[in-house]
Design a protein around this ligand. Structure first.
Ligand code: PEP
Ligand code: MG
Length: 768
């Protein structure tokens, strides 16, 4: 059975479109289960009806014509109950509906299972039999459930592929199809999609239509000649060491490269307007599928050779690609997995939006995007990335949605939101030099989180009072080796100088989790619970010592450095780190540098640290809460995983209780406490944190003016009452709504999400 399932999934995966995918499903399931009928009905989100999309055994003419209301018939029953229904005599069931167009009256037994993807019912898969006596047995039911569960993702993906081209389930033109992901960075962008993908990865190559066919053909011709020559060279070199049957392999390769074979088919597709890389991908994938389906083991293994040839051709094509990537004026960068380095490749001022299949709102690339003020949507798991190159797109970073090829009406709607947001930001400029003080005189320091030099420039213009978190790993991530002490010294000096005499809190290297250095790969089963932050640097004192030395030397004459330790889970990590910092401090002074001992603090971001705040605070000068990690560890929700993004909630009562406790315990032993997680940059979060007594809030520069404006307009007493009220509530969603509602009634609705107040209603989108 497993084999049948594997082949089925593979074939469905490689179908050209949804129609073909569904036809493969019904015909293969029908033969695997030896039933008379197999059909698939999909729920059309626009009409909310189940449409018969493919069948084996019912009349084919009924496909696309027969449909049932959301809760109509047995199909509707399976969908609404979200579980299998297995009947020996379907026509006698009260919910049975008869459609003469299908020829269904001849069939009696019925087994229907829902097709569910991420809680959304996509449709129903049905098998039917003529004999009254036959009841599908448990094994058959389990098989169909397995097929449906495995195929739900593939079906969702194919549906999305059609939708990108503006097609509905039935192939009609659909308007403004909306794809749902997770909000990464607030704001709206309207621009052109540019797909970035890793080199020499055939599957990642996007589809692209070209005009200059001759140039593309020439490029491909050069690549084929180069690969042929490579293979001939290798064959010659190895000739004396190989037996004749082994040498024959090279001949097979060369035959595959002859004009009538693989290259001929690629050329045909290029002539149809596909660029060479896309045409190569399509042909290689088709060959690979073909070979993988063969029963003969020898032939099946030839799929590996085809892949290898494809990769070789692709890398020559990519090397020979004469066009330097031209980024449009308004670039929306789209990728399977965005990395900080990718953001840096787009010329200044041209990057307007970001879209990533992987990752979630608290992934580090989303945090970076927030710092840069680039609207971002993450976790668009079903989106066919390779279809988005060159398409006009809207990125709604407030709602976590994107639209491909939007209508003029929708574009106008979003343009109004962009204009309103610009106006709001301009209006806040006047607050730059004003203190962050509540109407009843309570002062809170507003600091910024930085990583890049551009953050610094932006932070200064937004009136930040210092840096609460400098993520030193960011400059490490955009290099191809560890930066030297001198290089680090230069990065650090820039940050320290820009803010002197105000404090600059530098966190020691916090790699691991989703922050990878290409030159220091860490492969782990469970990276967020693994070798991260201080655990790595204490195991590699040579990295830690160089970094601290660079920080101390950079601070000479400025004396505004503070050092912060990430991922502390026990006291001994603090003691060991302090020991190393003191050692470097004395050595650097002995070298003749006139430096002061910096304040040292720890991050409270692991639940264990919450319960040891007093012991930790006794040993250091300050504490800073990393609410991003604290939320993920308290709730056991991976901050990077879009599947569980809806469970990641910083307003969860457990998170709020922990935050209250940290502030109280730190103050009880007389130590200042700040927070540098994303919650501090959320206007509602900032109000609660101020009420809890946090001395400083550190956030991305873009959020700072909004937070300042809110905090300056209300009293601490009002905020404390709100805090008291929400601490009595037990649901994160209710707490969030309660905070939002209070802010709205206090007149801050426009900071939560612009566009609702003054702009006309959004044209109703279709959802995928
Ligand atoms: C945090 O965990 O809240 C934090 C500020 O650190 P990072 O997001 O870099 O892990
Ligand atoms: Mg952290």
């Amino acid at each position: 059975m497993l084999n049948v399932l594997r082949n089925l999934v593979q074939d469905v995966n490689s179908a050209q479109d949804l129609k073909e995918a569904l036809e493969i499903i019904v015909s293969r399931v029908q033969s695997a289960m030896d039933t008379e009928v197999c059909s698939v009905y999909l729920l059309d989100p626009d009409s909310n009806r189940y449409i018969l999309m493919a069948t084996e055994g019912l009349y084919r003419e009924a496909v696309g014509k027969v449909s049932l209301g959301y809760s109509e018939g047995l199909i509707g029953l399976v969908g609404s109950r979200e579980e299998p229904i297995n009947l020996e005599d379907a026509p006698s069931h009260p919910r049975y509906r008869y459609f003469p167009e299908t020829g269904e009256e001849r069939f009696r037994s019925f087994l229907g299972v829902p097709i569910i993807h991420h809680r959304r019912v996509l449709g129903v898969l049905v098998v039917q039999e003529r004999e009254t006596a036959r009841c599908f047995d448990e094994g058959e039911e389990a098989f169909l459930v397995t097929v449906s569960a495995q195929l739900a993702g593939v079906i969702a993906h194919s549906e999305a592929t059609g939708a990108i081209s503006g097609l509905s389930l039935t192939g009609e033109q659909a308007k403004d199809v909306c794809f749902n992901g997770v909000a990464g960075a607030q704001g709206v962008a309207i621009g052109e999609g540019v797909v970035v993908y890793p080199a020499a990865d055939l599957d990642a190559v996007p589809e692209k239509q070209i005009e200059d066919i001759e140039q593309e053909l020439a490029l491909f011709g050069v690549a084929v000649t180069a690969v042929r020559e490579d293979i001939e060279r290798v064959a010659e070199r190895l000739a004396s060491q190989l037996r004749p049957e082994e040498q024959a392999l090279f001949e097979v390769y060369l035959r595959m490269l002859s004009d009538e074979a693989l290259p001929g088919e690629v050329v045909n597709r290029i002539r149809d307007g596909q660029w060479a890389q896309g045409a190569l991908k399509q042909v290689v994938q088709q060959y690979v599928r073909h070979f993988e389906m063969m029963d003969d083991l020898y032939l099946r293994e030839r799929a590996v050779d085809i892949r290898d040839l494809g990769r070789r051709l692709l890398s020559h094509l990519q090397e020979g690609d004469p066009q330097d990537r031209v980024y449009p004026e308004k670039t929306v960068l789209v990728s399977e997995e965005l990395t900080p380095a990718m953001l840096g490749e787009v010329p200044r001022g041209q990057l307007v939006g970001l879209v990533s299949v992987r990752g979630s709102g608290n992934s580090h690339v989303a945090i970076l995007a927030r710092a840069m003020g680039v609207p971002t949507v993450m976790g668009l798991v079903d989106i066919p990335v390779n279809q988005l190159d060159g398409r006009e797109m809207i990125v709604d970073g407030f709602e976590g949605q994107i639209y491909a090829s939007p209508s003029q009406e929708l574009r106008n709607f979003y343009q109004d939101i962009c204009d309103e947001e610009d106006e709001l930001v301009k209006g806040l400029e006047a607050l730059r030099d004003k203190p962050c003080e509540t109407t009843d005189g309570h002062r809170v320091s507003l600091l910024v989180n930085t990583g890049l030099m551009t953050d610094v420039v932006r932070s200064l213009s937004h009136g930040a009072e210092g840096i609460g978190l400098y993520r030193t790993e960011v400059p490490f991530m955009i290099k191809d080796r560890f930066p030297s002490e001198q290089e680090q010294r230069e990065y650090y000096r820039e940050q320290l100088e820009a803010f002197a005499p105000n404090p600059v809190t530098m966190r020691t290297l916090d790699i691991g989790g989703d922050k990878a250095l290409t030159y220091f790969p860490i492969q782990e089963e469970n990276p967020f619970l693994g070798w991260r932050g201080i655990r790595v640097t204490l195991d590699h004192p040579e990295i830690f010592l160089v970094q601290v030395r660079a920080m101390l030397k950079a601070s000479e004459g400025l004396n505004n450095l503070q050092i912060m330790l990430p991922m502390i889970s026990n006291i001994s990590e603090v003691e060991e780190s302090l020991h190393l910092i003191y050692r470097v401090y004395h050595e650097v002074r002995e070298e003749g540098y006139d430096i002061h001992m910096p304040k040292v603090g720890v991050m409270v971001e692991i639940p264990a640290a919450v319960y040891q705040v007093r012991e930790l605070a006794d040993r250091v000068d300050f504490l800073s809460v990393g609410s991003n990690d604290l939320t993920q560890y308290l709730l056991a929700v991976d901050r990077n995983n879009p599947r569980v993004a809806q469970l990641y909630h910083s307003y969860h009562p457990a998170v709020l209780q922990a935050l209250v406790r940290i502030a109280q315990d730190a103050h009880a032993v007389g130590k200042p406490v700040s927070i540098c997680g994303e919650l501090a940059g959320d206007p509602g979060g900032a109000v609660l944190l101020m009420a809890m007594g946090y001395d400083a809030l550190s956030m991305n520069a873009a959020s700072l003016p909004k937070v300042k404006s809110v905090l300056r307009s209300l009293s601490r007493e009002w905020a404390m009452q709100l805090l008291e009220d929400v601490l009595l509530l037990d649901s994160p969603h209710v707490i969030k709504s309660c905070v939002d509602l209070s802010l709205r009634s206090a007149g801050f609705g426009r900071y939560l999400r612009p566009g609702k107040s003054s702009v006309t209603a959004r044209p109703e989108p279709s959802h995928v």
